[in-house]
Design a protein around this ligand. Structure first.
Ligand SMILES: CC(C)(COP(=O)(O)OP(=O)(O)OC[C@H]1O[C@@H](n2cnc3c(N)ncnc32)[C@H](O)[C@@H]1OP(=O)(O)O)[C@@H](O)C(=O)NCCC(=O)NCCS
Length: 178
């Protein structure tokens, strides 16, 4: 398995991957929603802000992940991990965790200080994410599943409390995803 940065030439394949994976796991409507989200992330996010990574095997796209900035008034380099998908036929083999760790390492090298995600604590806990109360860091939009708000500091063991509400990129700024 090879891990690389996302390249714009992979846009159609990555969009198709998210559509298929989420359609397989959560139904066609969710697949369509995720394909749309990924299309919007790729087309509306400034290239410098879009941190995408892919896993491939013999040129075949197997998994993809995106991180985008979460902006606070204070100059902290924070990124939101969303979404991630591993080809249905390749799930449960550790690829998801390897890709997340690869992405985290790349972001760390680029100066990221704080990573946040929104999802299953059992899965993301395997790659260093811990429960993040909104009294420590607020979500940009109202959370339907506050238990899934997770974070990790790349600088220390604890996550700093930040009082202002952050903003996410345009593509994720839609209550349907939260
Ligand atoms: C969730 C996902 C990215 C995990 O990638 P993966 O390569 O299958 O997972 P890994 O093999 O690295 O890790 C497996 C572990 O994660 C857990 N896991 C796997 N799929 C999971 C899922 N859909 N939800 C929650 N936990 C999951 C398993 O419990 C497993 O733990 P174990 O090794 O202790 O049994 C992948 O299964 C996927 O794309 N699923 C469908 C889309 C999705 O739900 N994406 C995440 C939300 S944005």
């Amino acid at each position: 398995m090879n891990f690389h940065s996302f390249d714009q030439q992979q846009a159609a394949d990555v969009e198709q991957l998210f559509g298929q994976v989420f359609s397989d796991s959560e139904g066609e409507a969710e697949g369509q929603l995720l394909a749309t989200l990924v299309n919007e992330l790729i087309t509306t996010t400034k290239a410098a802000d879009l941190k995408g990574f892919v896993a491939s095997d013999d040129q075949l796209l197997i998994a993809a992940i995106f991180f985008t900035p979460l902006k606070f008034q204070q100059p902290i380099q924070a990124f939101l991990l969303s979404p991630v998908a591993v080809k249905t036929s390749h799930q449960g083999q550790g690829i998801g965790q390897q890709l997340i760790k690869f992405g985290i390492e790349q972001l760390k090298q680029q100066g990221a200080e704080l990573l946040i995600t929104y999802g299953d604590p059992n899965f993301y806990g395997k790659t260093g994410f811990q429960s993040l109360p909104e009294s420590v860091i607020q979500a940009p939009l109202a959370l339907s599943y506050p238990h899934g708000w997770l974070g990790q500091s790349l600088l220390s063991d604890t996550i700093p409390t930040i009082s202002d509400k952050p903003s996410c990129v345009q593509a994720l700024n839609n209550p349907i995803y939260w």
